[in-house]
Design a protein around this ligand. Sequence first.
Ligand code: AMP
Length: 594
Amino acid sequence: MRPPVIRKKLDALRPPHLLDFERERTSFSWSQARAELQGLPGGALNIAHEAVERHARGARANRVALRWLGAGGDSIDFTYADLSALSNRFADALTRVGLARGDVLFLLAPRIPELYIAVLGALKAGVVVSPLFSAFGPEPIATRIRLGRGRALLTTRSLYERKVASIRTQLESLQTVLIAGNHEGAPVPEGALGLDALLDAASERFDTAATRPDELALLHFTSGTTGKPKGAMHVHEAVVTHYATGKYALDLHDDDVFWCTADPGWVTGMSYGVIAPLLHGVTMIVDEAEFDAERWYRILRDERVTVWYTAPTAVRMLMKAGTELARQFRFDRLRFVASVGEPLNPEAVWWGHEVLGLPIHDNWWQTETGGIMIANTPALDIKPGSMGKPLPGVDAFVVRRRVENESTVGVEIIDAPDEEGELALRAGWPSMFRGYLGNEERYRKCFVDSPRGRLYLTEDLVRRDADGYFWFVGRADDVIKSAGHLIGPFEVESALMEHPAVAEAGVIGKPDPVIGEAVKAFVSLKPGFAASEALRLELLGHARKRLGPAVAPKEIDFTTTLPRTRSGKIMRRLLRARELGLPEGDTSTLESGG
Ligand code: AMP
């Protein structure tokens, strides 16, 4: 049997930033972390200035900031000076097409260089960046652009034609569409502008906007159980957390070659696939291609990656590809591997230890927190299966809500070890979200006053052991985590119900050995429609077309009725229990006949 703890042997020649965990937790302050950044005159703070300009004007100007690996085998290096010049051009181009500080630019693109240049350029111009995952279908794209009142969209010709053209007239706020990477000279779609020509005409000089620390910088959409997706608002001050967590949780040093495999369409790919590595002046690898085990091993080896940040689904896919394949490679330079987004099975931690020669360090955070909060840091022994301990500057509690009339009126803080409760964080870290766009009430409901201060309630269930390690137990709500992506069941149900045959739909996450949870839908049909294999395939196709492959259900079952509460809410928990043959729990609110 394997031991419960992996003891750390520290490299004396290269001690991690966070050598003495407890001491650093005691002495740390966010203001001290902020002082390690440069800032702009008058107390202004701008993420892109810290990520690029600070280095481009100093000793790191000619260091490779971004090594882009094209899907076809080509590669391009961008130094910090290159990124500075290109993002200046982008910022200038945005201004010329009429975008102003505070306007929202949506990004819908594969991992192409223009995506990274656009993020940095927009932030320099004080334009708010909202990334969309390029595997979304037209429906999630339209919902988010409408909610975010996007003024501009950066995309590619093919994505525009496949996903945006059909919804364009519904997007009233959208004035400008920029088409990136149209190098073959094909005509730019009508109503859009070619980015290359705009960049050519733009100036290489641009004065970064002197944004206030509390000025909106990033808008990340995330899903809840009910209603529309929520736009989590993040401000420029978040850069302090990106910096501190890059240092403490990922141990970034400026000679590192860092690879974050997450797509910038999701918060990890933005906070740690763009911002944090550049803040630390490292060389970051961006791979345009989709997952391929052999390709990934080759990248780790050939690019001499030193720090690697990936996700449990990816690790499980590597495990599935077999140890044989992994053993054909040596990863001499790799010194730290971390993972986030879903529970990391102890098996996967050990697989890293045995196959990569390094255990995988699980860490925890969510869109709302903007950065890593709980982590297995380099100097901590690892308890495989645990998410680690709260980082310096983060105070985490296990709580139980006191609910009256369906609203939370307080919490009981559970100090005893090994008891299950909801994870709560003391409000006030710099990358804490500052609102859900247009939904003040929903935001307010995330916080509660307690004897330990104002707490943010995460909706994750956890326990903390006697040594202070946190263990993930599950979600307190019905959101689905599939391949690391948070999916709101309501969005999927709504798309299914747009089909003329569907009367009602209930959507759950069904455990899957590789992607964590797979989206499964139960639908009941309107009178006059009969369940058949052909209809099932039609519904799967309908959902895939509307929602895109990342969000659409993988399985659909027909049912005559769906269990509902007396107040009419679908009891997804019950659907899930029935699907998995688990006890049905408390069904006292179940409407009879469900
Ligand atoms: P997102 O906002 O899309 O980043 O998803 C955040 C959610 O992913 C969290 O609230 C958790 O439910 C889950 N999650 C993130 N990291 C972990 C982890 N290390 N272990 C278990 N679940 C995680």
